[in-house]
Every structure is written in C-alpha cells, then in structure tokens.
Design a protein around this ligand. Structure first.
Ligand code: KIV
Length: 281
C-alpha cells in the first residue's frame, strides 16, 4: 500500500518565513481536482459554502451534515493538498466536548486532515480540547463571519489601538492553545504584519495585505463565479460567470434551431438493422 503524499501539518508550518502558503476554498470534487493539480498547499472547505453553494445570505444556517458532504467531496478530489473542514456555527461554541466530537467527525467521516475554528481568546479552551484529541486546528480571527451580528456587520477589525491589541492577544492565546496556523480576515495590513512577526505559526491572510505568511480567497470570488457581492480584498482572475452564460445561451439557441445534437453526437443503427426496421409493417 502506498501512503498518501499529502502535505503534512509540520511541512506547512515549516513554510513560515521561507515560502508563501497558497490556499483557496473548494466545496466539490471537480474544483478540488483542479486545485490539487496546481500544487496548492491548503484547501479549506469553508462554511462560505452556505452562501456559495446553498444560496443563504450568511454562513450561519449551514449544518454539520451539509459541511461533511462538501468535505467528503473535496477529499475525494485531492491527493496532495491539506484539506481543512470549517466547523459550522454551533458545532463548537456550546462546549469543549461538543467541539471535539464535531471536529472528529471531519476527520473520521469526511477524511479531512484538520478543522478551522473561528474566534480568539474565548475559543482557546475549545482549540486546546480539539488539539488534545489529536485534531489539528486552523485558527481564524479578525472578521469572523459567524459573529457578524456581534461585530455589527462585515467590517475591517482591529482599526483602533484597543481592538488591535485584542487581536494580538487573541493570536497569542490561540498559538498557546495549539493552532498550527491562523487565518487573519479583514485586518489592516500593518497589524497583520505585526501579528505575523509575533507568532510562531504561519498567518494566512484574506483582506490582510501581503505581509503575512500566505493568502486564501474564496474560489468562486477568484473565478468570477459568485456575483452576490465583491469585497475590496477580492481579485477576480477570471469572469467564469460570463463564460458560463455564453455557453448556456449557445446551447439553448442550438437546441431550438436543431444545430445540436450533430451527427458526431448521435448513435447509428447498422444498415442491416435499419433496412429490416424500415420495411413496411
Ligand atoms: O468560510 C470561508 O470560506 C472562510 C474563508 C474566507 C477564510 O472562512
């Protein structure tokens, strides 16, 4: 039996300060395959699936069962990327025991290698418990969408001295609790650089500038497939929505005009069978 060639957690951590970490979200086997072929380091099965794949307005409604389905699909499409399952709202907030149980399901049932947990010092005990169970945890601070109601919306975090200091303390508390890397979402670039310099594990930014150890984006934003809204930190590298629209409209037109299917898409009877069949009954 050959062992998997997946990037390991220590290999990812060792990239800090040496090589930029590349990460993107994915939710299904087809895109996971494409991502894996690029040699990307980390694929996050984000709870952004609630909006991207299920059409909800925010990430709160997605369930553990739904996240496990998306994660299984991504794991099937990958051979070398590290796959991280995003713990959905209420799958870890209630208790350490609940957090360990649900985190374990991402590894045991879906085949992920790690989980992501949103929150700072207030989640340190959850992170500690999950790591103690042998499950690697990716932290996530700054704009944490599951707490958007508390934060007063989707806003840049850490803009004043007190909130910047709180984020720094959050990062340090999470490192002490055992995270292997930390997502910094929507924080001023100077603060992201300072956190990156102060902590021993890699930082992965989204809307956190370039002075971090790696970058992550939502795949459908990068590909121009999600047209709901486009945050300032997103760079769309393609306009796949337009490509899809053109293909779909051409299909509709060709079906209506009889251009599709052509001979090359059709099956044929042998001349003998056709001769027999077409004899008058
Ligand atoms: O759910 C998600 O996609 C995320 C990333 C944006 C970091 O948490």
């Amino acid at each position: 039996m050959t062992r998997s060639k997946r990037l390991t957690i220590p290999e990812l951590v060792a990239k800090k300060g040496k090589e930029k970490i590349t990460a993107l979200t994915a939710y299904d086997v087809q895109f996971a395959r494409l991502l894996d072929e690029t040699g990307i380091d980390l694929i996050l099965v984000g709870d952004s699936a609630a909006m991207i794949m299920m059409g909800y307005e925010d990430t709160l409604p997605i369930t553990m069962e739904e996240m496990l389905v998306f994660t299984k699909s991504v794991v099937k499409g990958t051979k070398r990327a590290l796959v991280v399952g995003d713990m959905p709202f209420l799958s870890y907030q209630v208790s350490d025991e609940n957090a360990v149980f649900n985190a374990g399901r991402f590894l045991k049932e879906a085949g992920a290698q790690a989980v992501k947990i949103e929150g700072g010092q207030e989640m340190a005990s959850r992170v500690r418990a999950v790591v103690k169970a042998g499950i690697p945890v990716l932290g996530h601070i700054g704009l944490t969408p599951q707490s958007a109601n508390l934060l007063g919306g989707y806003k840049v975090q850490g803009k004043d001295v007190a909130s910047a200091r709180k984020l720094l303390a959050d990062a340090q508390a999470l490192v002490e609790a055992g995270i292997f890397a930390l997502v910094l979402e929507c924080v001023p670039q100077e603060l992201a650089a300072l956190i990156t310099q102060k902590i021993s594990v890699p930082t992965i930014g989204i809307g956190a500038g370039k002075h971090v150890d790696g970058q992550i984006l939502v795949l459908h934003d990068l590909l121009g497939l999600f047209e709901g809204f486009r945050p300032k930190f997103v760079k769309a590298y393609a306009d796949l929505a337009s490509v899809c629209r053109t293909a779909l409209n051409t299909y509709i037109k060709e079906v209506k005009t009889g251009q599709f299917p052509g001979e090359e898409h059709s099956f044929k009877l042998s001349p003998e069978v056709w001769a027999e069949l077409s004899k008058a009954e």
